[in-house]
Design a protein around this ligand. Structure first.
Ligand SMILES: *Cc1c(COP(=O)(O)O)cnc(C)c1O
Length: 398
């Protein structure tokens, strides 16, 4: 595979040169103040990205999946009931992980392509008068289907039922690319990783933890050791870790946050929205549809494109890799073969997105899809031309 081409998988994402340099760093003594100086800006920066100034940030050497495990084992006990919807591969895997820890998961199944079922959550919470449900799990951005769920609406459902359950949110493929308001939405734990919106190599599980979730750690009975919040927080308060910290990734995280803040967080979100909209216009010009059931659910970080009846989405991904050295995401689980995914998050520009759209178009033509070369590219070009911010005095009109 040629490494010059950008990847269009929804994580790990493309690593900007500046971050590759930031993680390339000689060994330092992680028990020295030099490490604490690197660590503090990363933790404080994550709080700003999460919009969670009153929460704690914990960073483990792990991945998003480890973040799920840390979230549940630190706040729950075996046998505790959690409420979760299963509507994609990531929501499914988090549920499986809860089951492996002996939690009693009240699962609401929804077709893949739909979002978290706020009404069904509301009913389940209202019916739970004894407050057996200890946590509600939400996958903010289902990476398997390109579906964004409404976390604020789930918070409203909890409040409307006057229910004390914790709200645990997987933001692995949304945080730092799409708007996320941990404290405004009353999120108790937000989970992400280093390799998606933060544009770094994989290796960090990053968690925002509310005071309420922290209080729950005292009563939580799930066995935990490596991911124990208490051990981590006590070592962090002395500027260190309970074990060897992933020093270079933490250094990279501080630099990633500096990059995001130099661009401006809201501008980062707007860039993702604009790039995603160009991809969506291309998909519609091809005469194809997204997996997401309706436009309010469209993700700004990944688009899962439904292939026409009789075609195989996995072949699109295989041929793109073999023939053009470009990586797209395959369909997972229930939508395997039925979709291919274009990841457009992290260090992505409109020009990069155009190359992905053009490649997908070539591959689909190669495979005999009923599409015309250039149609998707032209639709995205039109949109990008009309919406490009210019500072050279050109009119914004086409
Ligand atoms: C990537 C991803 C994960 C899993 O993260 P790993 O880093 O692979 O463990 C979890 N949830 C979502 C929504 C993801 O996109």
């Amino acid at each position: 595979m040629r490494i010059e081409n950008p990847v269009f998988i929804p994580g790990p994402t493309n690593i900007p040169e500046r971050l590759r340099r930031a993680v390339d760093f000689p060994t330092i003594d992680h028990r020295s103040p030099a490490f604490a100086k690197m660590f503090e800006p990363a933790r404080e920066g994550v709080k700003r990205v999460l919009k969670a100034p009153h929460s704690e940030v914990l960073i483990f050497p792990s991945t998003g999946t480890g973040g799920w495990e840390a979230a549940i084992t630190n706040t729950l006990s075996p046998g505790d009931r959690v409420l979760a919807a299963r509507h994609g591969m990531f929501s499914r895997r988090w549920i499986d992980l809860c089951l492996a820890h002996g939690l009693d998961v009240q699962v609401i199944d929804r077709p893949w392509g739909e979002g978290a079922p706020v009404d069904a959550f509301g009913k389940a919470l209202a019916a739970d008068r004894e407050h057996k449900i200890k946590a509600v799990l939400v996958t903010h951005n289902e990476t398997a289907t390109g579906v964004r769920s409404d976390v604020a609406a789930v918070r409203h459902a909890l409040d409307a039922a006057d229910h004390p359950a914790l709200l645990l949110v997987d933001g692995v493929s949304s945080i730092a690319s799409m708007d996320f308001r941990m404290e405004e939405w009353g999120v108790d734990i937000a989970v992400t990783g280093s390799q998606k919106g933060f544009m770094l190599p994989p290796g960090l599980a990053i968690l925002g933890v509310s005071p309420k979730a922290l209080a729950a750690t005292e009563k939580a009975g799930c066995p935990r050791a490596f991911f124990d919040f208490r051990a981590m927080l006590s070592a962090n308060s002395a500027g260190g870790y309970p074990y060897t910290p992933p020093v270079s990734l933490i250094r990279g995280l501080a630099e990633a946050i500096a990059m995001l803040e130099e661009e401006g967080l809201e501008k980062v979100f707007a860039r993702h929205r604009r790039i995603a909209e160009g991809v969506r216009r291309a998909v519609s010009a091809w005469g194809l549809e997204l997996c997401a059931a309706e436009s309010s659910l469209y993700s700004d970080t990944v688009s899962a494109v439904r292939v026409p009846e009789g075609f195989d989405g996995t072949k699109v991904v295989t041929l793109a890799a073999q023939k053009y050295d470009v990586a797209f995401g395959v369909g997972l689980g229930d939508v395997a073969g039925k979709v291919f995914r274009i990841g457009h998050l992290g260090a992505m520009t409109d020009v990069m997105a155009l190359s992905g759209i053009a490649t997908a178009e070539m591959v689909m033509a190669d495979l005999g899809f009923p599409i015309h070369l250039g149609t998707g590219v032209a639709a995205a070009q039109d949109y990008y031309r009309q919406t490009a911010a210019t500072d050279i005095g050109l009119s914004k009109a086409a």
